[in-house]
Ligand binder design. Sequence first.
Ligand SMILES: Nc1nc2c(ncn2[C@@H]2O[C@H](COP(=O)(O)OP(=O)(O)O)[C@@H](O)[C@H]2O)c(=O)[nH]1
Ligand SMILES: [Mg+2]
Length: 330
Amino acid sequence: MARSVQAAPSEQLVLEWLELLYQGDRVALGRLLTLVENQAPLAPMIYQAISNRLGQAQVVGFTGPPGAGKSTLVSAYAAELRRCGVTVGVVAIDPSSPFSGGAILGDRLRMRAHAEDPGVFVRSVASRGYLGGLSATAFRVIDLMDAAGREVILVETVGAGQSEVDIVHLADTNVVVTVPGYGDEIQAIKAGILEIADIVVVNKMDLGPSLAEATASQLSAGVAVATADRVPPVLCTSAQSGVGVAALAQAIEAYRSQPGVSGRVSEGRSFQALVAVTVQRLRAELLAASDGQLDQISADFSQGVITPDEAFRQALAAVAAAPPATDKSS
Ligand SMILES: Nc1nc2c(ncn2[C@@H]2O[C@H](COP(=O)(O)OP(=O)(O)O)[C@@H](O)[C@H]2O)c(=O)[nH]1
Ligand SMILES: [Mg+2]
């Protein structure tokens, strides 16, 4: 694409774009995002410049299995926010390999409803092979949208591998999206997904309203167990027609306005970014390292020769000593 052959912008130009960014300029936001995604030499300067302008935006995460209707729901919720005059940023994290544009294209089509509206800014981010984990770039994209004054930032991730758990580090409010009849599966396969849910949505209720209600009550019972200290609301929606979307918007607002919730994640996001990047990297390095030393540690551990604490320390030391894994998306 033309992007990659453009000359790197000067420091002066980047400073000009930053000034425009603070005024909410979409073109500047797009250009700065490209620099960040490409890890351009001037990217650290951008992070530094925006660092004292962060934490204003509300970040809402949408996660759940592929095809549940997350993109459609994000688009419908964005429309609802726009009716209230709220500016929106959308970050779609593509779980597929960077070579497959399929999911991104689909999301673009669904977002076409907002193409004419400068109040909605959409960006797709590749997770770049970190085993379904959120790429570090996602944190940067959110930060830039935040610095550009987007009031609400919607982050969509697919429920694959670790990604739905990682999103808890990104979002102030986590919406878990599922479909009628998926209640059992989501509880059996992905116990972790319900633990992170602040709000659970059974989408596509138009496909079977009674099954949707049954799934919702099943999930209500499930989340009550998974989350001891609070009981997330379970709502039914039909994202395609917009049924239930206003109620979802209210539930998100109600969750956010609880004491102690607003800003909870924003304040800790940079630390959480460090945690997520470190954990993702460590996981990739561990899986990439197949040398005898790790085999020995896991054998010792499984036979009870070393304690979990010793196993952890030895594995950490082995990874630190090994050559880095080839996946360098950080
Ligand atoms: N019947 C019905 N279909 C829906 C609804 N929401 C989304 N879909 C469709 O389900 C498919 C997957 O939706 P998408 O938003 O891409 O799901 P995602 O993979 O979770 O982002 C698309 O064909 C949508 O048009 C809904 O409420 N009812
Ligand atoms: Mg999608």
